[in-house]
Design a protein around this ligand. Sequence first.
Ligand code: PMT
Length: 404
Amino acid sequence: MDQLKGKKILIAVTGGIAAYKIPELTRLFIKAGCDVQVALTENAVRFVQPLTLETLTHHPVLMDDFILLDEGGIPHIEATAWCDILIVAPATGNVIGKAAAGIADDIVSTLLLAASRKPVLFAPAMNSRMYLNPVVKRNIALLREMGYHFIGPDEGEMACGEEGIGRLSDLTCIVEKVKDIFTVKDLQDLTILISAGPTQEPIDPVRFITNRSSGKMGYAIANAAKRRGGRVILVSGPTRLSVPKEGITLIRVKTALDMEREILEHFPYSDIVIMAAAVADYRTDKPFPQKLKKSDKSFKLELVRNPDILQALGTQKTHQILVGFAAETEKFEKNAIQKIKDKNLDLIVVNDVSQPDAGFEVDTNRIMLIDRFNKIRKFPLQSKEDAADTILDKILKIKRKVAG
Ligand code: PMT
């Protein structure tokens, strides 16, 4: 489910040093399957060459509004009718002020006035003293109130050498924000509890038992659920992943017992629960208090069973849609159908973890969905982001079916 495929993106560039990053932003949108057109103010041209952008986009760059296009079209009217979204990046304090006041005296401010029926995203970038000026803050607040979208700016070192808030947002975050804007908010008002990553079961102060889960699958579901408007609680075992999307409640845990406690606490008021974590089935009963010394003899470690969190959820389930994962290497359907029955699940996501491009650690997955009505559907190799949307689509179908 690629929200960006086939979308027409109009990027309006104003005269800030961050304009030099726009060819890369353009490339990211094109890579995501978008058709991109760019407009440059006179001052933007001082920082970025039109030829670079024309070569990347295969469209002429809009710079002069006082010309007629082929067949008599007017640039700002044609371009804003064509686009699905207008992105102003970098947006200077000047263009933000013009937009707030309704002034249209150059190509970008004229596009802004003409794009009144299209979503508009501003990515401000300026020196922090300018950004924190109450006039700029007021203009941004006014535009936000009118429904304009904003992203950033970020904190860090700026072109002038000063540190502070004012850097153009990370380019991948701008792309992600545009995805958010295009996404239908079909999980609005729902609370989605997700587990991700491995658990770590301590042996002694420096050693533990764990598995190969990176957390990528669970984090992808959490990000997709957030994008689709859900209230998301992510209970995560130790991972190296960056913090998920803003607005997700992230609870970090280490052991299966920690994970069980957090999941059970948030379960009663959740609407959808997805257990993507690879929870260790065993732990040492009592971890050694001191670091174990090596000995020549063999060493036996006694393990006890961890609680099966999913099983407990199945017995406590009231209104929740309960989704389990199955990391299998053989007898996929048989084992998964058994798990649905044993754990009272609504859906199970089966991944063949014997494949090098699916399951643990990798960015892709090959999933099979089996619902509680024994309906089975296999999906081809897809990114974990797309797999996340596939799973959420299926959950919503089940939820609607259950609700009658
Ligand atoms: O994190 P990645 O690197 O992206 O990899 C993704 C993944 C392979 C970890 C993920 O797609 C996946 O399959 N997660 C479940 C792995 C697993 O533990 O499978 P299982 O068949 O052992 O467990 C079945 C279900 O019971 C799972 O939903 C699991 O979360 C749950 N479980 C398991 C043991 C336990 N003690 N308590 C549980 O709740």
